[in-house]
Design a protein around this ligand. Structure first.
Ligand code: DP6
Length: 325
């Protein structure tokens, strides 16, 4: 009754931003991401008859409170499915991702947790089934089951059976790089969960966001297929700006950006003025991810590392899907 899985985080180029069903985590739109080889979580789950409750240890520290509740509620889903009610688990995770620093640690975290739990219970799930399970822990995590370029198809059904991720192109299809630029490691004020709910419920720009998505998705898939970096970068950057624009139109309005976030966005746009193709994208936090081609790595990193407010730059190649020990 023990399983270990390793999953990489992913960065969305077309963002998931809004739920149509909060309990099942069903999104209002399809999204697309790249799996990142530099940022991962490894998790071991062991179900033990002698435990009176679940135990969750993250990076050698026992976790309590909201993060613990999220994990234990999530394990209930598996206990219910496998008919193991009342059997508790010890969950041990190590993260090489700064938690809550906007690096989608919940993505690698829930993917690794789902994989390790299904192994521990010997459920023999297909990747598609595993992606459906993972989605119910954290939406963006369902894309981390696969390596390469991945689409989370929103689906239409109320029961979520058609809402899961599929691989659009494998890891070795195209060597692009993603620099994760750490600007601050502070906890964010508005979690992605709360932020997307507020946006769906109140943002006057939300309809415009939704209407623009099918075209973005079509274009980015074409760009990935043809390895057209400019096409992919342009759509990804524009899509990110549109997502963040919805937060300004919410009540009360909010933003994930800090002054250093905006300054780094300009740094990236200035790289392009020097004929260096680089584009940014930003999730629900202040940090910026920059996509670029390997031949420009030296110049891009030199520029990012010298930019104002930059604490650290973590470089990733396109990463692999979930793996087991
Ligand atoms: C901005 O997957 O963290 O990173 O489903 O509520 O757990 P929950 O949200 P989460 O949201 C990620 C939002 C995003 C965009 C993306 O990754 O697609």
């Amino acid at each position: 009754m023990k399983g270990t899985a390793k999953a990489h985080t992913n960065i969305a180029l077309i963002k998931y931003w809004g739920k149509r069903n909060e309990k099942l985590i069903l999104p209002t739109n399809s999204s697309l991401s790249v799996t990142l080889d530099g940022l991962h979580t490894e998790t071991t789950v062991q179900f033990r008859e002698d435990l009176q409750e679940d135990v969750f240890v993250l990076d050698n520290k026992e976790v309590t409170g909201v993060a613990y509740d999220r994990v234990t509620n999530y394990l209930d889903l598996f206990r219910h499915y496998a008919n193991k009610q009342g059997v508790f688990a010890e969950v041990t995770s190590t993260n090489n991702v700064p938690t809550a620093a906007g690096f989608a640690s919940s993505a690698s975290g829930f993917a690794a947790l789902a994989g390790a739990t299904s192994k521990a219970l010997d459920l023999q799930l297909s990747d598609e089934d595993l992606s459906r399970f993972t989605r119910q822990g954290s939406g963006s995590a369902c894309r981390s089951i696969y390596g390469g370029f991945v689409e989370w198809q929103m689906g239409e059904r109320d029961d979520g059976q058609d809402s899961f991720a599929v691989q659009v192109a494998p890891q070795d299809h195209w060597d692009i790089r993603v620099a994760a630029v750490v600007l601050t490691a502070e906890e964010k004020d508005v979690s992605s969960r709360v932020g997307m709910r507020r946006t769906v419920e109140t943002s006057v720009f939300y309809d415009g966001w939704l209407q623009s998505l099918p075209k973005d998705m079509e274009t980015i898939k074409e760009g990935i297929r043809d390895k057209d970096f400019e096409m992919v970068g342009k759509v990804a950057e524009a899509n990110c700006l549109k997502m963040h624009a919805t937060t300004f139109g919410a009540t009360p309005p909010f933003t994930y950006w800090q002054d250093t976030t905006m300054s780094l966005m300009q740094t990236v746009q200035n790289l392009r003025k020097k004929e260096i193709p680089a584009y940014f994208t930003i999730d629900a936090g202040p940090n910026v991810k920059v996509i670029y081609l390997p031949e420009y790595e030296k110049e891009v990193l030199r520029t990012l590392e010298a930019a104002r407010g930059v604490e650290k730059v973590i470089v990733s190649k396109v990463g692999a899907g979930i793996s087991y020990k």
